[in-house]
Unconditional design. Structure first.
Length: 109
């Protein structure tokens, strides 16, 4: 199985409770999500090899308000024993958070 390694700049709001990583196989259609708490790095695992995934992140606060989606990024997982490749697009611009969104595709062992 393959995975995508994600990293983003933190949201700076004092009531931040966490982030959700949304992903799917079509642009803008995020059929799955993972709540990653306050982490600003996540390895999205158990993905199909040689498959493009579209990813966006939201931030949510302590009372459950959720931000709009970040800019979308896409990344294609690599076949086993391939070198890591970068993803494309996107920004993690949460209303007052802002920042860089880094995506790397890696194969599992």
């Amino acid at each position: 199985a393959s995975y995508l390694d994600l990293a983003w700049d933190p949201n700076t709001e004092p009531d931040l409770a966490g982030y959700r990583v949304y992903y799917g196989l079509e642009s803008g259609d995020y059929i799955n999500f993972v709540d990653v708490g306050k982490a600003t790095h996540y390895s999205l695992g158990n993905l199909l090899e040689d498959t493009t995934y579209y990813i966006a992140i939201t931030a949510y606060d302590t009372v459950g308000n959720e931000s709009d989606f970040s800019g979308e990024v896409s990344g294609t997982t690599v076949p086993a024993e391939s070198d890591p490749v970068g993803g494309t697009g996107g920004s993690s611009d949460f209303s007052s958070g802002g920042g860089c969104f880094i995506l790397t595709a890696l194969s599992g062992s």
